[in-house]
Design a binder for this molecule. Structure first.
Ligand code: NAP
Ligand code: 3JN
Length: 337
């Protein structure tokens, strides 16, 4: 990889941006200078990187012309304005928002699945939604071996997917309720502590939510296959970090659970934890929070469908689902420089 790259992190004070900075350090990404950027609200605050304190600057006053790579996670409306500006200054943008994901000219990348798509970039590369990423990492080896015709998914998504204020809301509501005091939701649409909400992002005309439609659009684009039928229900659960997914797939050719287990044991980025005994499966607390893999368990043949396979998939939504995936894209971009 290159000796030294100047890196800007846009949204550096957020849940994803903070994780990006930590991961750049943990993976010894060859950062020359790091520029943490945010809005005027956090400008002047500091973040720590490699034992040094670095001041957060305002994005809207920043000049990207000396920046090699920009990791963006400050929301779609921010990326809409500033990602093209940064790219036109010569900075390669890895964008974590949904703003560019469906643009046919912009690669949408999960390195374990379609790293080859990075080569076609023209200054901006999109990072998929967290729920899509962990699903396609787990399904790609099966897709390559026997094909997949249909995917039914129920997600169990951690509050960290909705940002720092949502993390705080789950903590505060839990304390209030355990002390016998009432709560009123502010960030989440209903009480999230001790509850589950079948609603993430905006409702669409077809009755699905936008989070559910993202899983359909993005999976078809990443696999390059718009014949796959995908039917998600996305659910918010009172977990801080780590999304879980119950996947029910129909393959084009019959495959056994044993063969799926063997494929996944050899797959990049996947860790199989699959024993039919108490605790012999991944959970967000044990295998989601602060872990880098996509953890798969409960692999079994579907008793209701001849070519059906069921599995349970867990991953840290902020790391592999967002920040880590972006840094991996940046590593691919500069590996031969
Ligand atoms: P968060 O914790 O609420 O943090 C938001 C960050 O964006 C903060 O650093 C904030 O800076 C910054 N920001 C907001 N408005 C800005 C503006 N006008 N100019 C510059 N910076 C601005 O949210 P998060 O969880 O980190 O998520 C941020 C974004 O990342 C989301 O909106 C989403 O697009 C994307 N995301 C993607 C995934 C995924 O599935 N891949 C998952 C989660 C999030 P201040 O401190 O100055 O307010
Ligand atoms: O809710 C989750 O678990 C994931 C949320 C991701 C998210 C949150 C706000 C805006 C996104 C995203 O990455 O799809 C966006 C967005 O950019 O649309």
């Amino acid at each position: 990889m290159a000796n030294s790259l100047n890196v800007a992190v846009v949204g550096a004070t957020g849940a994803v941006g903070e994780a990006m900075i930590g991961i750049l350090e943990q993976r010894s990404f060859p950062v020359g200078c790091l520029f943490p950027l945010a809005s005027e609200r956090s400008a002047g605050s500091t973040i720590n990187f490699r034992g040094k304190s670095i001041e957060v600057k305002r994005l809207d006053e920043f000049d990207f012309s000396s920046i090699d790579v920009g990791l963006f996670s400050a929301g779609g409306s921010v990326s809409a304005v500033f990602a093209p500006k940064a790219a036109s200054s010569g900075c390669v943008v890895v964008d974590n928002t949904s703003y560019f994901r469906n643009d046919p000219e912009i690669p949408l990348v999960v390195p374990e699945v379609n790293a080859h798509a990075i080569d076609g970039h023209d200054g901006i590369i999109a990072n998929p939604n967290c729920s899509t990423i962990q699903m396609v990492v787990a399904l790609k080896p099966i897709y390559d071996a026997v094909g997949i015709s249909r995917i039914n998914i129920a997600t169990y998504q951690a509050v960290s997917g909705a940002g720092k204020r949502a993390i705080a809301e789950l903590g505060q509501q839990s304390v209030e309720l355990l002390n016998g005091r009432p709560v009123s939701p502010i960030v989440m649409p209903k009480q999230i502590a001790f509850n589950v909400l079948p609603h993430i992002d905006e409702f669409q005309e077809n009755g699905y939510t936008r989070e559910e439609m993202k899983m359909i659009w993005e999976t078809q684009k990443i696999l390059g296959d718009d014949t796959i039928c995908i039917n998600p229900t996305c659910v918010r659960v009172p977990v801080f970090y780590g999304h879980s997914e119950a996947l029910h797939i129909e393959t084009r050719e019959k495959i056994t659970a044993k063969a799926v287990r063997e494929l996944l044991q050899a797959a990049p980025g996947v860790v199989v934890i699959d024993k039919c005994e108490p605790g012999g499966y991944p959970t967000p607390v044990s295998d989601g929070a602060d872990c880098d893999g996509v953890y798969v368990g409960r692999i079994r043949e579907d008793v209701s469908c001849a070519q059906g396979i069921n599995m349970w998939v867990v991953s840290d939504n902020i790391r592999k689902g967002a920040a880590l995936n972006s840094v991996q894209i940046a590593e691919h971009l500069f590996k031969s420089v």
